[in-house]
Design a protein around this ligand. Structure first.
Ligand code: FAD
Length: 478
């Protein structure tokens, strides 16, 4: 019997027909990343139900030398969940690990499987009068395991931190099949390294997350969402500082976008409309939110914040959502950007950060600089200004052929953006991870000490390179 047949026989006996498939039609949707930039092949799709079965499967893969590519909702932006073209790897989906094991308002904690979708977690928390304080545009697909493995950010980092800040405990299957279990959180635990931190943001290269214990917060009582027109992104930064001075305890979100981006959202999403009657070069979407204790004063404080901003000439045009439907419509303009940009044609997307206080200045410099160096392109920046993180996209000149353009001029564009970011003391991956997209750039620009540690940890925990090969950890220099 061929070795691959032997593997299938043993894996099928372990997982059953629901847990393992080689049906190409069932595999096909999961072999291309969300952005449509990478397509790979796989020997099969495995969907174990729990950590015990996964542990046995990992041992089986180790025995047969089969690499494993973990995948959650496949909403990642860096090609981390897409296997390579060899067809040697097993695609490992966590979708069946979708149980919420416990959710307690007393301890403000939830323990759930890695395959639970973010939106489902939000709904489960809401039913208990709680909330999970992390959200992003891909919430209908992104899973808890994927969010942990990319240390995802989103639109509430300003107030609540990234995914790392929400994680109290973790369970994961390691490359040797051992189950690492720290699901029961301890307030104090000084037995050396905090091992779960290694797995957070490791993009499936050190272990496969199977479950997590996460912190919850009391539900918000009310919120005020506003959309503000501005002349410059530096003006948005001044307005943010004003908000951080005047309403620090209410400031839940502060996102920026240029006119070009708003127009692409309006063109792509039916039913959307420009919230302001006049056009502006820049916009800020601001959310102020209060719990029960702050409910009575939120209107007075929102008014004071806006009138103070008007008096200081920090804004000239703004609208406030009158109800939840309008608030959701304003957020839809922000959450709909990724899909709208994707429909515009080829673009090089960069998820970058520089020190928070320098980001507005960086955008004002880098935007015209990129358009000058690469005539015919359009550079746009949008997102999380308050975190010093924007999505800096350079859209291809008209007529560019998808696929070809990215490999040629697109690659030169990304190198230039990453060089600029590095010169400004920033990061080439603020929240989307490295995946396969930025692996060689991390190798080119990462500092030697960090690269040494990254490679050493990978070698120690996955000596045979079984877990998500070709992702995140740059190859050794020749
Ligand atoms: P996948 O895409 O399936 O995988 C992502 C990576 O994690 C891969 O390397 C994969 O191998 C690994 N992985 C997945 N599950 C596991 C596991 N259980 N154990 C080990 N490794 C695993 N991201 C942000 O940070 N901020 C944003 O604002 C944001 N906005 C988005 C908006 C839209 C419209 C979309 C589509 C995506 C957005 N994202 C954003 C990106 C994406 O949602 C996140 O990267 C998310 O964390 C990926 O989760 P996933 O379950 O889809 O993971």
């Amino acid at each position: 019997m061929a070795r691959s047949d032997e593997f299938f026989e043993q894996a099928s006996a372990l997982l059953g027909t629901r847990g393992l498939t080689v049906d190409e039609d069932l595999l096909e949707p999961w072999l291309t990343d969300w952005r449509g930039r990478y397509t790979g092949r796989a020997i099969a799709l495995a969907q174990p139900e729990n950590a015990g079965d996964l542990s046995k499967l990992v041992n089986l893969c180790a025995h047969f030398g089969i690499p494993i590519v973990p995948q959650g909702g496949n909403s990642g932006m860096s090609g981390g969940a897409t296997p390579d073209a060899s067809g040697d790897a097993l695609l490992l989906s966590t979708r069946r690990m979708d149980t919420i094991q416990s959710i307690e308002s007393g301890s403000s904690q939830v323990t759930c499987g890695a395959g639970v979708i973010l939106q489902s977690l939000h709904e489960a928390a809401e039913e208990k009068g709680m909330r999970f304080p992390l959200t992003l545009g891909g919430k209908g697909s992104a899973t808890i395991g994927g969010l942990i493995s990319t240390n995802a950010g989103g639109t509430q980092v300003l107030r609540h931190g990234t995914m790392r800040a929400q994680i109290l405990g973790l369970q994961a299957v390691m490359a040797n099949g051992e189950i690492f279990d720290s699901l029961t959180p301890l307030k104090k635990d000084n037995r050396g390294f905090d091992l779960k931190q290694l797995l957070i943001g490791s993009e499936g290269t050190l272990g496969i997350v199977t479950a997590a214990t996460l912190r919850l917060l009391p539900a918000l009582a009310t919120r005020r969402v506003m959309f503000v027109g501005l002349d410059r992104i530096t003006g948005a930064r001044s307005l943010l500082l004003h908000a951080q001075r005047e309403v620090p305890d209410l400031l839940e979100g502060f996102e920026v976008m240029p006119r070009h981006t708003l127009e692409s959202v309006l063109a792509h999403h039916p039913g959307t409309r420009d919230p302001l009657s006049a056009a502006h070069d820049w916009y800020a979407l601001i959310e102020l939110a209060a719990d029960e204790a702050g409910r009575d004063r939120i209107d007075a404080r929102t008014e004071a914040f806006l009138s103070g901003a008007l008096e200081s000439e920090l804004l000239s045009d703004a609208t406030i959502a009158a109800n939840e439907t309008q608030a959701e419509a304003l957020w839809h303009l922000r959450d709909g950007i990724s899909a709208a940009e994707r429909a515009l044609g080829p673009a090089m997307q960069h998820d970058i950060s520089v020190p928070v206080e320098k980001m507005a200045e960086f955008v004002e410099y880098a935007q015209p600089e990129m358009e000058r160096c690469f005539p015919g392109t359009t550079a746009v920046a949008f997102g999380h200004l308050g975190d010093g993180n924007v999505h800096f996209h350079v859209l291809a000149p008209s007529g560019a052929v998808r696929g070809e353009w990215e490999e040629g001029q697109g690659a030169a564009i990304s190198r230039k953006v990453h060089d600029l970011v590095t010169e400004w003391g920033g990061s080439i991956s603020a929240e989307h991870g490295i995946g396969q997209m930025k692996r060689s750039e991390l190798g080119r620009l990462g500092d030697p000490a960090s690269l040494f540690i990254l490679r050493s940890v990978k070698k120690a925990l996955d000596p045979n390179g079984l877990l998500n090969p070709g992702k995140l950890v740059p190859a050794e220099p020749a």
